[in-house]
Design a protein around this ligand. Structure first.
Ligand code: AMP
Ligand code: MG
Length: 281
């Protein structure tokens, strides 16, 4: 898993059923870049230009849909990924759905109800900032429902995602892997900068105290819900620039694999006739 070289599509993808020990995976890894930040930034810029073009084609073709799921502990960089990876893309055709503590109306329904309502339509990319996985993470750690209930959700989630995939949704799931030290530093950065304090929530420290339980819950998620139709990627996320490069790479490769073609919409005669009409003005 922690191979330093190679394509992130393979290096960081979790194989179905693979046992994961997060302590054994280095969140500070910078892969083949060996700490060369500038090199990685330049490579990411190129990837983002490709992403921009691919997204435009996806939108124009109006056929495929792309769902990107972002999960990770507080400060792991979910917001940062959304900001930097999708910097260049046309906001038309890209949407972010953030999942917070469920509202009373949401709690009156099954846990996938609010999720299903946000999945991408044709030609659309939707990024989930947190997701249905909260229902086997925070819900498990805080025992919000009994184990008998959350325990069966892994299979339900796999079936749900399978259905989406069968219906033409490409699903990519990223776990942003940071360590305790990095989180402490990022909390301190938030506290030390008045412009960032709004991001700090006193409750975050309570969640931090439950770090071990969360890591265990994440390990189960990664082992049980990485499927051929909706794979998980474990992204080393201590270094933001490496995290962004990994995610951009996976997204570009996945969009390229769709082989989006934009054949002419009009016949040659039609095109000639429209040209002639414009020329006659
Ligand atoms: P943030 O992403 O920092 O804005 O925080 C959103 C909060 O909502 C996090 O503490 C999540 O754990 C929590 N949350 C999201 N989904 C659920 C859920 N299904 N049940 C309980 N809490 C949730
Ligand atoms: Mg938060």
């Amino acid at each position: 898993m922690d191979a330093r070289k190679g394509n992130p599509m393979d290096t960081y993808r979790v194989k179905p059923g693979e046992k994961i020990d997060l302590d054994q995976l280095n969140p500070g890894s910078t892969g083949a870049f060996k700490g060369e930040k500038e090199e990685a930034l330049a490579a990411t810029q190129k990837l983002n230009a490709q992403l921009e073009e691919l997204q435009e084609r996806l939108y124009a073709e109006h056929k495929h849909r792309l769902l990107v799921v972002l999960q990770g502990m507080d400060t792991s960089g979910k917001d940062g990924v959304i900001r930097s990876v999708f910097e260049g893309v046309n906001p038309q055709g890209v949407r972010v759905a953030s999942f917070k503590v469920p509202t009373p109306a949401e709690l009156d329904h099954d846990y996938l109800w609010r999720i299903h309502a946000q999945v991408p339509g044709r030609g659309e990319i939707v990024i989930f900032n947190r997701s249905h996985y909260e229902d086997v993470l925070v819900v498990r750690v805080h025992e919000l429902v009994p184990e008998a209930v959350w325990g069966r959700r892994f299979e339900q989630i796999n079936h749900f995602e399978r259905m989406l995939a069968d219906e033409g949704v490409t699903i990519l799931k990223f776990f942003l892997h940071i360590d305790l030290d990095e989180q402490k530093q990022r909390f301190l950065d938030r506290l030390n900068d008045p412009a960032k304090q709004w991001k700090f929530n006193p409750g975050d420290l309570k969640e931090r105290a439950l770090w071990k339980a969360y890591q265990k819950a994440y390990e189960d998620v990664l082992e049980k819900t990485s499927t051929p139709w909706a794979p998980w990627y474990i992204v080393p996320a201590n270094k933001k620039w490496y995290r962004n490069w990994v995610i951009s790479t996976v997204l570009v490769e996945a969009l390229k694999a769709l082989e989006i073609k934009l054949p002419p919409v009009f016949s040659e005669e039609e095109t000639a006739s429209y040209r002639a009409q414009l020329a006659a003005e």
